[in-house]
Design a binder for this molecule. Sequence first.
Ligand SMILES: [Zn+2]
Ligand SMILES: [Zn+2]
Length: 334
Amino acid sequence: MKAMVLNEIMPVESEPLQVKDLPEPVPSQGEILVKVSVCGICHTELDEMEGRLQPSLPMVLGHQVVGRVAALGSGVQRFRLGDRVGIAWIYSACGKCHFCKEGNENLCFDFKGTGCHANGGYAQYMVVNEHFAYPIPERFSDAQAAPLLCAGAIGYRDLLLSGIKKGQTLGLFGFGASAHIVIQIATYWGCEVFVFTRSEAHRDLAKRLGASWAGGPGDHPPRKLHAAIDFTPVGETVPKALKILEKGGRLILAVIRKRDLIPPLDYSQHLWDEKEMKSVANLTRKDAEDFLSLAAEIPIVPEVEEFQLEEANRALLLLKQGKIQGAAVLRMGD
Ligand SMILES: [Zn+2]
Ligand SMILES: [Zn+2]
């Protein structure tokens, strides 16, 4: 099978992913073989390629996978051949530690990420345990469904953790794949959304998707924010967001790694009045399942730009440069 493989950590500008011909994986007990149709690309892949996360090497990246079940390992019960499934960032969790038992499998001591600790979806086939794959609602095409699996599902977790309520103001910093889905949930929930991004094109998209105000990262919105989500890979956004939070407001940090340091915080300007800051780590299977049904109910309409699998390096470079509108997906081809 054809796959794009990461062998060595290097900047995305140096095209770290190589086209390889790998043997088709064989499903073990409880696993399904998935013939991949499309795989979304995510900032996390940039973190893996550039060494801010440490994937096992060599590795097939990719954790927003949509495809069809092509073979069943022994004992598989949830799926049949030909079923359409999605695979998200959570590849496995131990099921035994106290985090797993308390419903926080995203924090499992033995958490494994798809395309980081096990081969992911930048390939024509991949295997996964049947309990870590999800049926995809009918109304979405394969390409529309892919960004729901990380950008959407983790964005949904971000929103839940932000504690935002109907009628409140939500700030979104950065307006990429995740934010363009989050805004659709937040407006559905009756929140007012302000978007902060440098990109003119992203501001236009934000307004089209329901933002009542869009400006640059240092601009002042019409009102203070009850909650904010920071999707940017840079540290400087954190004090800017904290400064315009309402008393008791909460800032959610939605990226796995920041490219640079968070500048020093001033206690009175950034933290006083019970302001809070919280990171989001991974997601649970429940997040993915709950979000997929909510996405079908709203319905979320993802903006998707398609690339061929072999164009993965170029697509990821465009992502790093902020030049993707909405979400980007790789199509496998035959
Ligand atoms: Zn992701
Ligand atoms: Zn566990």
